[in-house]
Design a protein around this ligand. Structure first.
Ligand code: PMP
Length: 308
Protein backbone atom coordinates (compact mmCIF):
# COMPACT_ATOMS: atom_id res chain seq x y z
CA UNK A 1 0.00 0.00 0.00
CA UNK A 2 1.39 3.47 -0.79
CA UNK A 3 2.71 5.45 2.13
CA UNK A 4 0.05 8.18 2.04
CA UNK A 5 -3.13 8.65 4.03
CA UNK A 6 -5.38 9.63 1.15
CA UNK A 7 -6.05 8.93 -2.49
CA UNK A 8 -8.61 10.59 -4.71
CA UNK A 9 -11.53 8.60 -6.12
CA UNK A 10 -14.15 10.09 -8.43
CA UNK A 11 -13.34 13.61 -7.32
CA UNK A 12 -13.29 12.91 -3.59
CA UNK A 13 -10.37 12.52 -1.21
CA UNK A 14 -10.75 9.11 0.47
CA UNK A 15 -8.64 7.01 2.87
CA UNK A 16 -6.08 5.04 0.86
CA UNK A 17 -7.62 1.67 1.73
CA UNK A 18 -11.01 2.80 0.39
CA UNK A 19 -9.89 3.63 -3.16
CA UNK A 20 -11.15 0.45 -4.85
CA UNK A 21 -12.80 -0.64 -8.05
CA UNK A 22 -14.76 -3.82 -8.70
CA UNK A 23 -12.96 -6.87 -10.09
CA UNK A 24 -15.60 -7.11 -12.85
CA UNK A 25 -15.22 -3.57 -14.14
CA UNK A 26 -14.07 -3.31 -17.81
CA UNK A 27 -10.98 -1.56 -16.45
CA UNK A 28 -9.92 -4.90 -14.98
CA UNK A 29 -11.50 -7.28 -17.49
CA UNK A 30 -10.27 -5.55 -20.64
CA UNK A 31 -7.68 -3.01 -19.50
CA UNK A 32 -10.08 -0.19 -20.40
CA UNK A 33 -8.02 2.23 -18.40
CA UNK A 34 -5.87 5.22 -19.37
CA UNK A 35 -3.48 7.14 -17.19
CA UNK A 36 -0.91 9.87 -16.74
CA UNK A 37 2.30 9.93 -14.73
CA UNK A 38 3.20 13.43 -13.54
CA UNK A 39 5.95 14.71 -11.29
CA UNK A 40 5.98 17.35 -8.62
CA UNK A 41 9.35 18.81 -7.59
CA UNK A 42 10.02 20.29 -4.18
CA UNK A 43 11.86 23.62 -4.16
CA UNK A 44 13.26 23.84 -0.67
CA UNK A 45 14.29 27.48 -0.87
CA UNK A 46 10.83 28.62 -1.87
CA UNK A 47 9.10 25.90 0.19
CA UNK A 48 7.06 25.19 -2.90
CA UNK A 49 5.99 22.07 -4.77
CA UNK A 50 6.01 22.60 -8.53
CA UNK A 51 4.08 20.26 -10.79
CA UNK A 52 5.84 19.98 -14.12
CA UNK A 53 3.85 20.62 -17.30
CA UNK A 54 0.56 19.73 -15.63
CA UNK A 55 -1.73 21.09 -18.34
CA UNK A 56 0.06 19.14 -21.07
CA UNK A 57 -0.37 15.92 -19.09
CA UNK A 58 -4.07 16.59 -18.50
CA UNK A 59 -4.66 17.35 -22.17
CA UNK A 60 -2.97 14.08 -23.04
CA UNK A 61 -5.24 12.23 -20.61
CA UNK A 62 -8.23 13.75 -22.38
CA UNK A 63 -6.77 12.61 -25.72
CA UNK A 64 -6.27 9.06 -24.42
CA UNK A 65 -9.91 9.02 -23.25
CA UNK A 66 -11.06 10.25 -26.66
CA UNK A 67 -9.12 7.64 -28.64
CA UNK A 68 -10.46 4.91 -26.31
CA UNK A 69 -13.97 6.29 -26.95
CA UNK A 70 -14.80 6.89 -23.31
CA UNK A 71 -18.32 8.28 -23.10
CA UNK A 72 -17.49 11.05 -20.64
CA UNK A 73 -14.52 13.30 -20.08
CA UNK A 74 -13.22 15.67 -17.43
CA UNK A 75 -12.21 19.26 -17.81
CA UNK A 76 -8.58 20.19 -17.27
CA UNK A 77 -9.73 22.49 -14.44
CA UNK A 78 -11.53 19.68 -12.61
CA UNK A 79 -8.56 17.32 -12.91
CA UNK A 80 -6.20 20.05 -11.74
CA UNK A 81 -8.41 20.84 -8.72
CA UNK A 82 -8.60 17.17 -7.70
CA UNK A 83 -4.80 16.83 -7.88
CA UNK A 84 -4.25 19.99 -5.81
CA UNK A 85 -6.79 18.93 -3.21
CA UNK A 86 -5.17 15.50 -2.84
CA UNK A 87 -1.60 16.78 -2.51
CA UNK A 88 -2.69 19.29 0.11
CA UNK A 89 -4.68 16.62 2.01
CA UNK A 90 -1.50 14.53 2.26
CA UNK A 91 0.59 17.66 2.92
CA UNK A 92 3.28 16.46 0.51
CA UNK A 93 6.36 18.66 0.77
CA UNK A 94 8.89 16.58 -1.14
CA UNK A 95 9.36 15.23 -4.66
CA UNK A 96 6.10 13.60 -5.64
CA UNK A 97 4.78 11.28 -8.32
CA UNK A 98 1.18 11.73 -9.37
CA UNK A 99 -0.59 8.88 -11.10
CA UNK A 100 -3.95 9.71 -12.56
CA UNK A 101 -6.31 7.08 -13.98
CA UNK A 102 -9.53 7.29 -15.94
CA UNK A 103 -11.33 4.02 -16.62
CA UNK A 104 -14.59 2.38 -17.59
CA UNK A 105 -16.25 1.37 -14.34
CA UNK A 106 -19.52 -0.11 -15.56
CA UNK A 107 -19.99 -3.14 -13.28
CA UNK A 108 -19.63 -6.27 -15.44
CA UNK A 109 -19.80 -4.04 -18.53
CA UNK A 110 -18.95 -5.55 -21.91
CA UNK A 111 -15.89 -4.90 -24.01
CA UNK A 112 -17.45 -1.93 -25.77
CA UNK A 113 -18.87 -0.30 -22.61
CA UNK A 114 -18.02 3.40 -22.65
CA UNK A 115 -19.44 4.54 -19.28
CA UNK A 116 -19.62 5.00 -16.32
CA UNK A 117 -16.19 6.61 -16.20
CA UNK A 118 -14.20 6.44 -12.99
CA UNK A 119 -11.20 8.54 -12.01
CA UNK A 120 -8.55 7.88 -9.41
CA UNK A 121 -5.43 9.76 -8.37
CA UNK A 122 -2.45 8.75 -6.27
CA UNK A 123 0.18 11.28 -5.21
CA UNK A 124 3.11 9.65 -3.44
CA UNK A 125 6.65 10.64 -2.45
CA UNK A 126 9.23 9.81 -5.11
CA UNK A 127 12.95 10.47 -5.30
CA UNK A 128 15.45 10.18 -8.14
CA UNK A 129 16.31 6.84 -9.72
CA UNK A 130 19.29 5.09 -8.13
CA UNK A 131 21.12 4.34 -11.40
CA UNK A 132 20.64 7.81 -12.81
CA UNK A 133 24.16 8.98 -12.04
CA UNK A 134 26.20 6.32 -13.86
CA UNK A 135 23.85 5.58 -16.74
CA UNK A 136 22.35 2.27 -17.77
CA UNK A 137 23.27 -0.69 -19.97
CA UNK A 138 20.47 -1.59 -22.33
CA UNK A 139 19.54 -4.14 -25.00
CA UNK A 140 17.59 -3.89 -28.23
CA UNK A 141 14.58 -6.15 -27.75
CA UNK A 142 13.45 -8.99 -29.97
CA UNK A 143 9.91 -7.99 -28.95
CA UNK A 144 8.47 -5.47 -31.42
CA UNK A 145 6.77 -2.24 -30.41
CA UNK A 146 2.97 -2.27 -30.71
CA UNK A 147 1.87 -0.16 -33.64
CA UNK A 148 -0.51 2.74 -34.20
CA UNK A 149 -2.95 0.47 -36.04
CA UNK A 150 -3.09 -2.18 -33.33
CA UNK A 151 -2.69 -0.63 -29.86
CA UNK A 152 -1.73 3.00 -30.38
CA UNK A 153 1.39 3.85 -28.37
CA UNK A 154 0.46 7.53 -28.78
CA UNK A 155 -1.95 7.15 -25.88
CA UNK A 156 -1.31 6.01 -22.33
CA UNK A 157 -3.59 3.00 -22.14
CA UNK A 158 -2.43 0.72 -19.31
CA UNK A 159 -2.86 -2.36 -21.54
CA UNK A 160 -0.10 -1.00 -23.83
CA UNK A 161 2.38 -1.48 -21.02
CA UNK A 162 2.36 -5.24 -21.34
CA UNK A 163 4.38 -4.77 -24.53
CA UNK A 164 7.08 -2.90 -22.62
CA UNK A 165 6.85 -5.35 -19.75
CA UNK A 166 7.62 -8.35 -21.98
CA UNK A 167 10.62 -6.57 -23.46
CA UNK A 168 11.94 -5.19 -20.18
CA UNK A 169 11.59 -8.46 -18.28
CA UNK A 170 13.41 -10.33 -21.04
CA UNK A 171 16.21 -7.75 -20.95
CA UNK A 172 16.50 -8.01 -17.17
CA UNK A 173 16.68 -11.82 -17.40
CA UNK A 174 19.51 -11.33 -19.87
CA UNK A 175 21.43 -9.04 -17.50
CA UNK A 176 20.56 -5.57 -18.85
CA UNK A 177 19.09 -2.62 -16.97
CA UNK A 178 16.61 -1.57 -19.60
CA UNK A 179 15.55 -2.06 -23.19
CA UNK A 180 14.84 -0.37 -26.53
CA UNK A 181 11.95 -1.51 -28.73
CA UNK A 182 11.97 -1.34 -32.52
CA UNK A 183 8.96 -0.69 -34.71
CA UNK A 184 7.59 -3.38 -36.99
CA UNK A 185 9.61 -1.67 -39.76
CA UNK A 186 12.75 -2.28 -37.73
CA UNK A 187 13.43 1.36 -36.86
CA UNK A 188 13.96 2.63 -33.33
CA UNK A 189 10.77 3.32 -31.37
CA UNK A 190 11.31 3.95 -27.64
CA UNK A 191 11.81 2.34 -24.23
CA UNK A 192 9.04 0.74 -22.14
CA UNK A 193 8.40 4.00 -20.29
CA UNK A 194 10.50 6.68 -21.97
CA UNK A 195 11.50 8.12 -25.31
CA UNK A 196 15.02 7.87 -26.67
CA UNK A 197 17.57 10.32 -28.02
CA UNK A 198 20.96 9.59 -29.55
CA UNK A 199 23.73 12.06 -30.25
CA UNK A 200 25.61 11.44 -33.51
CA UNK A 201 28.46 13.77 -34.41
CA UNK A 202 27.07 16.37 -32.02
CA UNK A 203 23.53 16.23 -33.43
CA UNK A 204 20.71 15.26 -31.05
CA UNK A 205 18.47 12.86 -32.92
CA UNK A 206 15.18 11.23 -31.96
CA UNK A 207 12.56 9.07 -33.65
CA UNK A 208 9.56 10.84 -35.20
CA UNK A 209 6.11 10.84 -33.61
CA UNK A 210 5.08 8.41 -36.37
CA UNK A 211 7.53 5.82 -34.98
CA UNK A 212 5.09 4.14 -32.59
CA UNK A 213 6.09 6.24 -29.60
CA UNK A 214 4.23 8.16 -26.98
CA UNK A 215 4.23 11.88 -27.81
CA UNK A 216 6.36 12.49 -24.77
CA UNK A 217 6.19 15.77 -22.92
CA UNK A 218 9.78 15.37 -21.78
CA UNK A 219 10.85 14.75 -25.39
CA UNK A 220 9.37 18.12 -26.34
CA UNK A 221 11.03 19.73 -23.31
CA UNK A 222 14.41 18.24 -24.23
CA UNK A 223 14.22 19.58 -27.79
CA UNK A 224 13.45 23.03 -26.40
CA UNK A 225 16.33 22.86 -23.92
CA UNK A 226 18.77 21.90 -26.69
CA UNK A 227 17.48 24.74 -28.86
CA UNK A 228 17.46 27.43 -26.20
CA UNK A 229 20.51 26.57 -24.13
CA UNK A 230 22.88 24.87 -26.62
CA UNK A 231 21.75 26.29 -29.95
CA UNK A 232 21.19 22.73 -31.17
CA UNK A 233 18.27 21.69 -33.35
CA UNK A 234 17.14 18.11 -32.74
CA UNK A 235 16.66 16.02 -35.86
CA UNK A 236 13.49 13.94 -35.83
CA UNK A 237 13.81 11.04 -38.25
CA UNK A 238 13.86 7.25 -38.55
CA UNK A 239 16.78 5.75 -36.64
CA UNK A 240 18.27 2.42 -37.72
CA UNK A 241 19.30 -0.20 -35.18
CA UNK A 242 23.03 -0.03 -35.81
CA UNK A 243 22.96 3.76 -35.59
CA UNK A 244 22.45 3.11 -31.90
CA UNK A 245 25.89 1.50 -31.79
CA UNK A 246 27.40 4.41 -33.73
CA UNK A 247 26.08 7.04 -31.32
CA UNK A 248 28.48 8.87 -29.03
CA UNK A 249 25.72 9.48 -26.49
CA UNK A 250 22.21 8.24 -25.83
CA UNK A 251 19.62 8.77 -23.15
CA UNK A 252 16.04 8.00 -22.21
CA UNK A 253 13.74 10.84 -21.37
CA UNK A 254 10.40 10.76 -19.62
CA UNK A 255 8.56 12.06 -16.62
CA UNK A 256 9.56 9.08 -14.47
CA UNK A 257 13.02 8.44 -15.97
CA UNK A 258 13.78 12.17 -16.24
CA UNK A 259 17.05 12.23 -18.23
CA UNK A 260 18.53 8.76 -17.91
CA UNK A 261 21.91 8.31 -19.66
CA UNK A 262 22.59 5.11 -21.59
CA UNK A 263 26.23 4.00 -21.56
CA UNK A 264 26.00 0.82 -23.62
CA UNK A 265 23.60 -0.80 -26.09
CA UNK A 266 23.80 -4.56 -26.76
CA UNK A 267 27.14 -4.38 -24.87
CA UNK A 268 28.57 -1.86 -27.35
CA UNK A 269 29.96 1.03 -25.30
CA UNK A 270 28.84 4.47 -26.42
CA UNK A 271 31.55 7.11 -26.67
CA UNK A 272 34.03 6.48 -23.84
CA UNK A 273 31.47 4.39 -21.95
CA UNK A 274 30.65 7.20 -19.53
CA UNK A 275 27.79 9.70 -19.36
CA UNK A 276 28.23 12.06 -22.35
CA UNK A 277 28.87 15.81 -22.04
CA UNK A 278 25.67 16.89 -23.79
CA UNK A 279 23.60 14.45 -21.75
CA UNK A 280 25.17 15.79 -18.55
CA UNK A 281 24.43 19.40 -19.54
CA UNK A 282 20.86 18.46 -20.35
CA UNK A 283 20.37 16.59 -17.10
CA UNK A 284 21.48 19.56 -15.04
CA UNK A 285 19.39 22.06 -16.99
CA UNK A 286 16.35 19.81 -16.76
CA UNK A 287 16.68 19.56 -12.98
CA UNK A 288 17.03 23.34 -12.66
CA UNK A 289 13.94 23.92 -14.78
CA UNK A 290 11.64 21.34 -13.21
CA UNK A 291 12.52 22.50 -9.72
CA UNK A 292 12.30 26.19 -10.52
CA UNK A 293 15.94 26.83 -9.61
CA UNK A 294 16.10 29.09 -12.63
CA UNK A 295 13.28 31.45 -13.49
CA UNK A 296 12.95 30.47 -17.18
CA UNK A 297 9.77 28.80 -18.35
CA UNK A 298 7.65 29.54 -15.29
CA UNK A 299 4.69 28.46 -17.46
CA UNK A 300 5.92 24.86 -17.15
CA UNK A 301 5.58 24.84 -13.36
CA UNK A 302 2.29 24.85 -11.48
CA UNK A 303 2.82 25.79 -7.83
CA UNK A 304 0.74 23.77 -5.35
CA UNK A 305 1.00 25.80 -2.17
CA UNK A 306 -0.43 29.26 -1.93
CA UNK A 307 -2.70 28.50 -4.91
CA UNK A 308 -6.44 28.31 -4.55
N1 PMP B 1 7.07 6.52 -23.71
C1 PMP B 1 6.34 5.76 -22.90
C2 PMP B 1 5.88 4.43 -23.37
C3 PMP B 1 6.00 6.23 -21.62
O1 PMP B 1 5.27 5.48 -20.79
C4 PMP B 1 6.47 7.49 -21.20
C5 PMP B 1 6.16 8.00 -19.83
N2 PMP B 1 4.96 8.70 -19.80
C6 PMP B 1 7.23 8.24 -22.09
C7 PMP B 1 7.51 7.72 -23.35
C8 PMP B 1 7.68 9.61 -21.73
O2 PMP B 1 6.58 10.47 -21.77
P1 PMP B 1 6.52 11.80 -20.91
O3 PMP B 1 7.77 12.53 -21.20
O4 PMP B 1 5.33 12.52 -21.41
O5 PMP B 1 6.43 11.36 -19.50
Amino acid sequence: MPDVKYLSLNGKVVPTADARIHILSPAVKYGTNVFEGIRGYWNNEEKQLYIFRLTEHLLRLQFSMKVMRFGESYTVEHLRDCIMELIKANDLREDTYIRLFAYVDDLDGEMTASGTIGMAIAATPKGRRAKAHDGVNVAVSSWQRISDNSMPPRIKCVANYNNGRLAWMQAKQDGYDNVILLTQRGTVAEGPGACLFIVRDGVPTTSTVASDILESITRATVMQIFREYSDLETVQRDIGRTELYAAQEAFYCGTGHEILPIVSIDRHSLGDGKVGALTEMLRQKYQQLVRGEIADHAEWRTPVYGSS
